[in-house]
Design a protein around this ligand. Structure first.
Ligand code: HEC
Length: 190
């Protein structure tokens, strides 16, 4: 794995501050880069049934809803997952990436989670684009920004820090929020 990218991802998620999640999860993921073979399962947060119920609010019913919340909410709100609409391959890609970042579940559980996501959060996009790490080319091709607008966003995020939700983009002068809004289904702030 590209270590620079990995460190950036962790730093970003820490900056994004998912406070209800487990601070330990990020540490665990970081330790994992240092010693890839180290088991991290026991270091990850677990939830009570009440917490799972609260975290599942607004997510479509399905046999794997609670499972998805239990596995994915360790590091970030499951609702943020629900902001994108991807193809099945897109969801498979996300889940594989999350496992590489430290998500822990059995293969069978992962298959159920992919089914749940692919069924309930289905769309045309092959993968989500993270506005905090997107390249100028991605911002132009996926977010539909003009070169000048992409440059304004990159300048903004390098000075003021990452976006936490797409609505943060409303504050960026020179970037038409309408374009972001129209492509919500494939854009994330992580
Ligand atoms: C060990 C912590 C951890 C767990 C568990 C985890 N994620 Fe993530 N997730 C991250 C981090 C860190 C990022 C930011 C990655 C980046 O910016 O490249 C992220 C980003 C995402 C994104 C944004 C798109 C992307 O690819 O960056 C989606 C969607 C997502 N996670 C879905 C999930 C789903 C679904 C699960 C459950 C199967 C899950 N996550 C479990 C840490 C985790």
């Amino acid at each position: 794995m590209n270590r620079r990218w990995f460190a950036g991802a962790i730093a970003l998620s820490a900056a994004a501050g998912w406070t209800a999640g487990a601070p330990g999860a990020i540490d665990a993921a970081q330790q994992q880069t240092a010693t890839p073979a180290a088991p991290v399962t026991q270091q990850l947060r677990t939830f009570t049934p009440e917490e799972i119920a609260a975290l599942s609010q607004g997510m479509p019913e399905g046999p794997a809803r609670e499972l998805t919340v239990r596995v994915c909410a360790v590091c970030h709100e499951p609702q943020r997952v629900a902001s994108v609409r991807l193809t099945r391959e897109g969801w498979e890609g996300v889940v594989v990436k999350m496992v590489s970042l430290g998500a822990r579940a059995t293969d069978e559980e992962l298959a159920k989670i992919i089914d749940y996501l692919a069924e309930n959060y289905k769309g045309e996009a092959p993968k989500p684009i993270n506005l905090n790490t997107a390249t100028p080319v991605e911002l132009e091709s996926v977010a539909g920004l003009l070169r000048k607008e992409a440059a304004l966003w990159i300048d903004y995020r390098s000075k003021k820090g990452p976006c936490k939700s797409l609505d943060d983009l409303k504050k960026v002068a020179g970037v038409p929020f309408k374009k972001i809004d129209e492509r919500r289904d494939r854009l994330v702030c992580f």
